[in-house]
Design a protein around this ligand. Structure first.
Ligand code: ADP
Ligand code: TRP
Length: 333
């Protein structure tokens, strides 16, 4: 039986962080065993915010190295760069005719970006969900491992796929967001004011390339208070966040011990943060070291990219040729 198809992408806009790891990459690694996986660096999507070319290029290599350092096996999955597969922008162009201005303008991510960069509300930003749909539909994916922030984009992908199918005949399956067993995750920032992110909140985000001491410094700065005064009292959000982060990297016994301390009002947040910092260091250090080694080896990275490009284009060309035929733009038999 053929395996089910999975697609996911990460933008090359900065350093990968714990949110990317637990929201996306952790699932990629588990999925590579049982599914046919296409994972890519979304460099075209990065262009919507006009990155400096001198930074974009090394970032693409870095995202690839970081994914491999986290445990992605390029022998088992197709790992490629979005701009290496011209079939994607071609399908994007077709899907643009099925994407309506009204729905694009209503997308939460567009509204947020338009507010943040009022001088650069470009058409690429508006049609960001259409390009993302092309990324997914080009391989006829069924599952898309992403964090919670991508749910609306996936819903739009299903709308575009259904519209295409309705107008031109059954072509694309409906893709769904995927997370092993649990609901989609959102990793909070250390200051409790939002999510960890590549481009914002840098002091409150733990990056997979952070040095040990920087990790310790960031964790120790996380917001706390005097501690509870009543047994079993409700936790403020920023303390819930600390426990949530601890659950990601510390052992169950350690988490339980601090929970007990919280409930009987003996908790010392300084000790909790020290423990969390050490467990974060233990988690991040091997990924950072492996990434650095891989980044030096550009010959291997280039080989991986070229082989990924070949496999991705093979699958993409099949879908594109079917879509063209369905639309009546196939002229040579
Ligand atoms: P960022 O938002 O940091 O720029 P991307 O948009 O490139 O990162 O996201 C890549 C993947 O990581 C997506 O699947 C996204 O849902 C996931 N992701 C990003 N930040 C978080 C977070 N704080 N918690 C959970 N998942 C996240
Ligand atoms: N929009 C995604 C993000 O910001 C990145 C992305 C682009 C993506 N194309 C995709 C994710 C296709 C999954 C599938 O995180």
């Amino acid at each position: 039986m053929s395996k089910e198809i999975v697609v996911s992408g990460i933008r090359s806009t900065g350093n990968l962080h714990l949110g990317n790891y637990f929201g996306a990459i952790q699932n990629y690694i588990k999925m590579q065993e049982e599914y046919t996986c296409y994972f890519f660096v979304a460099d075209y999507h990065s262009l919507t915010t006009h990155p400096d070319p001198a930074q974009l290029r090394p970032n693409v290599f870095k995202v690839l190295a970081e994914n491999i350092a986290c445990g992605l096996d390029p022998e088992r999955v197709t790992l490629y760069v979005q701009s290496d597969v011209p079939e994607i922008p071609e399908l994007y162009l077709m899907l643009n005719m099925l994407s309506y201005k009204g729905e694009l303008e209503k997308t939460a991510s567009f509204k947020e970006k338009a507010r943040k960069q009022p001088d650069n509300v470009n058409a690429g930003l508006l049609t960001y969900p259409t390009l993302m749909a092309a990324d997914i539909l080009i391989h006829k994916a069924k599952y898309v491992p992403v964090g919670k922030d991508q749910e609306q984009h996936l819903e739009m992908t299903r709308n575009f796929a259904n519209r295409f199918n309705h107008r031109y005949g059954e072509t694309f399956p409906e893709p769904y967001p995927f997370n092993f067993g649990k609901s989609l995750v959102k990793i909070p920032s250390l200051d409790g004011t939002g999510k960890m992110s590549k481009s914002e909140n840098e002091h409150a985000t733990l990056y997979l390339c952070d040095e040990d001491d920087l990790i310790r410094k960031k964790v120790m700065k996380a917001k706390t208070d005097q501690g509870p005064t009543e047994p079993n009292s409700t936790m403020p959000d920023y303390i819930v966040n600390l426990f949530d982060l601890m659950k990601l990297v510390s052992s169950e016994e350690v988490v339980q011990q601090f929970l007990n301390n919280y409930n009987d009002c003996t908790i010392r947040y300084g000790d909790m943060k020290k423990q969390l910092a050490e467990d974060m260091v233990t988690f991040i250090r091997p990924i950072r070291e492996k990434t650095l080694a891989l980044q030096q080896d550009t010959a291997s990275l280039n080989r991986i990219m070229l082989s990924g490009r070949e496999k991705a284009r093979e699958s993409a060309a099949k879908t594109l040729s079917e879509a063209r035929k369905k639309m009546g733009i196939n002229f040579y038999t």
